[in-house]
Design a protein around this ligand. Sequence first.
Ligand code: DLL
Length: 435
Amino acid sequence: MGSYFQPEIETATRDYLHAVQSARLIRMVENCYRNVPFYRRQFDAAGLLPGDIHSIADITKLPFTEKQDLRDTYPFGLFAVPREKLVRIHASSGTTGKQTVVGYTQEDVLHWAEGAARALVAAGATKEDYIHVSYGYGLFTGGLGLHYGAELLGATAIPVSSGNTKRQVQILQDFGSNFLCCTPSYAMFIGETVAQMGIDPKTLAVRGGLFGAEPWTENMRRKIERLLDIKAHDIYGLSEIAGPGVSYDCKEFHGMHICEDYFYPEVIDPETLKPLPDGEFGELVFTCIGKEALPLVRYRTRDISALVHEPCGCGRTLVRMLKPRGRTDDMLIIRGVNVFPSQVEHVILEQGLEPNYQIVVDRQDSLDVMTVLVELSDAMFSDSVAFIETAQARLKNAMLSTLGVSADIRLVDPRSLPRSEGKAMRVVDRRKLVD
Ligand code: DLL
C-alpha cells in the first residue's frame, strides 16, 4: 500500500466511479450538444439526443472524434466555452504545418494538475521534494503539466525545461532535485552525462523519474534506473485529452492507472470499431467526461494499448493501460516531438525539391537523430556545389522551423533512393524498441 493524492477517487469502488462517470458524461454530452456545432451535427446525424444518454454504459452510442476533426475546425472550432472562460492554450504539431490546438478553462487546468499530482505521488513524491522538470515549456504540454502538478502537490517545481545537459546535471547536483521529469531518451542522455562528468549517481538526491511523451521499453527502464540509481516511472498523456497525467505508473509497474474520473477509456478494434475485452490490445479511445473547454467525445488516439481492470497491489482501483505498443498511424515521435512524414514532404516541396525522400531515424548517445535524404533533380544535380550547399542549409532551417525539431539533411544523387511498387517506404526507423 502506498499513499495517494486523492484516495477518495484513486481507491474508489467501481460503483462509485460509475456513478461519477455517468453524471459527468450526461453533463458533457449536453455541453457538447448545446455549445459545439460540430457535435450537434454529429449527434443529429446519428439520431441522438442528449436525453438518450443515461449512464456511462451508453457511451458506445456516441460517435467517434478524430484528429482530422480538430484539423478541420482549426484552431478553436471544437471549443465549448466562450473565450473569456479560457485560461490556457496548448498545441501539438500537425501534418501540414497546422497544429492541433487545445484549450483549458481554470477548472480544466486544475483537473489536469490533479492528474499530474497523482502521478507524482504514485511515483513516491511528497511535498518535501524538489521536482526537476526537463520537459519543454511552451505549447508542448510536458513542462507546464508536471510543473502545475508539482505545485498542486505542494512540492517545489524547478522549471529547467530541456537542453543544456551539463547544466541539467549541475542543477540535479547543486539543488538536490529529488524527481526528474523528462522524456525517457533524455533521461538516458542525462544519465550518461552524469557518468561522463565522473559523478557517482548514488551521491545525487534524485530518487525517481516520470518519463513519457514517447514509447519506451522495460529494457530502457532498467538502463535508466541503473544509470541514475532511481525508480523510473512511466507517465502518459496527449495534448488533445490533457497533457502528462492522463495515466501513470504506480510502484507495482504493471500498467498505468488512468484518471478515469476525467478521461473515460475504451480500447477498440481499429477496423471494426467495436470495443475489445480487457487485456486485448487495440486502439485507445478517450472521452473527456470532466472537461469544459474541449470536451472530446470518444477521441481515437491511434495509440495501441490494452486495459486491465484487475485489482492492483498498490490499492488503486483506477483501471490500468498497458505500455503503449506503437500507433496505428505513421506519426513518429522524435525527441518527444510529434512528426508526420507528410509534414516533412510538405517542407521539401515548399523548398522546390522533388518529393523523392526518405526519413531515417536512429538513436545516437540515447538521443533520436533524424536524417532526411532528398534526391536532387537532374537540373539541380548539374548546379555548383555552393548552390547545393545553400539548398541543403535552407531545407535544414525550414525543417526546424516547421517541425520544431532539427533534422540532418542529405541531398543525394537523382534516382538513388529505393523505389517501391507498393506503399513508399518513407521511414526507416532504426531505433530498437523491442526488449
Ligand atoms: O506527449 C504529453 C506528455 C508530456 C505525456 C509529457 C507524457 C509526458 P503530445 O505531444 O500530444 O502529448 O503527444 C501525445 O505521445 O498519443 C502517444 O503516442 C505518445 N506518448 C505520450 N506519452 C507516452 C508514453 C504528450 N508514456 C502522443 N508512452 C501520444 C508511449 C506516449 N507513448
